[in-house]
Design a protein around this ligand. Sequence first.
Ligand SMILES: [Zn+2]
Length: 453
Amino acid sequence: MLSCFLDIKREMTDIPETPMERRFGYQPNRRTLIKIAAGLLLAPAFGGEISAAPAPVFRIRNKYSPENPKRAQRPSTKYIILHTTEGAEAGALHVVRRGGLANYFVSKSGVVYRIIDKRKIAKHAGRSMWDGLTTIDNYSIGIEVVGYHNKDINDAQYDALRELLRQLQSLYDIPDDHVLTHSMVAYGNPNHWHPYKHRGRKTCGMIFAQPEVRARLGLEAQPDHDPDVKAGRLKNADKKLATFLFPEIPKPVLVASTESSVPPPPPKIEVPDESLVIGNSNTAWEIARDHYNHPSTLYTFPNGTQKSGDQIENWNRIPPGTRVTLNEVEDENYEGFLEIGKDGDTAEELAGELYASSTTIYFFPDGYIRTGAELQTTGSGRALLKKTPGKTLVLVGYVYGGRVKASRPAATIAGRKWNYPSTYYRFPDGRILSGDDINPKKIPPNTFIFFQQ
Ligand SMILES: [Zn+2]
């Protein structure tokens, strides 16, 4: 078990084993050294054995995803994003491995599994934004913890996650307030209830915004507001969730220390109530979020009839008392393509004020591809922007890289983003492939490449 610990330590930090590591199984920090020294001094006085406080054993194993070899390396690592599986361990592990949906997976027993190499991109945050940066997968390590967004994790998971965070934070120099939850960074596109880009798309991992939970994980600081809502890039669609994610933390009050020094019991974790029944203040969106109109979401009306999310046409006419059944579905990854008629009816609804920008790219159903800026320069183009045909696909915030050729390979166009999952290739036959599915030697002539700014 000790060898497991040594194994992770060296794997994580890429530093050679030191005498300290051989002695203690890890390189103790200053605070720990003081504790160990105190233990050594005190031990003989009590006639006991010489022993440092037993640290919980950190168990980590390889369960790499078949996607791992294909994934690109991240250019930088600014954040750690915490997730809850919202389902039982076996099924969640299978899904996460198959899709390469996290870098690490923390099981119920506290064993940590490596899913995607820590230096590579895991698809875990989907449509996401933090402090103006989008597609946070490209800048973060994703950790899936078996559990639910509104339930506390167990002691073994606390021990494992605390140690995993400690190692990753020190390795990548990530401050405590850059350890975020998926619910903090996820955002939604305009929909029936929120006709603007909005925060509140997910509740995933929200338990890790609770100050008491963070304290147990060794995290002392947390973000006190949503930078993208504050800057007006997103609107807040869920006040209750925002209050939970960004709690007002009372400033410590200095009082004379004459009172007893017994620490107060840890406060109970309170998460907003959640009901799966539609009522006047509980809409389908609040219950199912992004999956409200998904085929896997089932609506059972008070008269017993059932419809799936994609069969419902009028969201204003769902009777109160309708029960919503959610099924585990994988998230769509990346902002990816938006579609006219599905994500909105006009170019402006999809791309907002960027609809005529050179970084908004339109893929018309007849195969025509143009940027918003190009369309804006001609009369027929402007007409297409005004009345964009249904099923037109739109990429927002992308660079149109032009044709890939033998003399102009993808890596010279998109740089290190050539094989990012968020980079897209459009083949001459109309197929669109993601960067992590591309064999650079088999890109046919006349393939176009599109990568995020
Ligand atoms: Zn998540």
